[in-house]
Write a protein of this length. Sequence first.
Length: 86
Amino acid sequence: MANLQHTAERIFRHVDTGRLPVGYALAMGAIIDAHDDDPDFHDWADTVTGSTVEILIARMVRNGKWDDPAWLQEYIREASLKENTA
């Protein structure tokens, strides 16, 4: 299970010190919102590891999708499909 609070603290600390671009804070904020608002994302986040969430954050930043709920839902759907076929 991913510890979103621990991940968020690390992300925000690194953004504050300039080690990570601000997109990481925006992505983490979107993940926190999705965890609160989207039951499918909540279930997914509760079953994956912290490193899986960190990969999601990096992909959100790389693709500029920190404020795109549809992209996040599609990512979770595809990740869930891959887990079920593995």
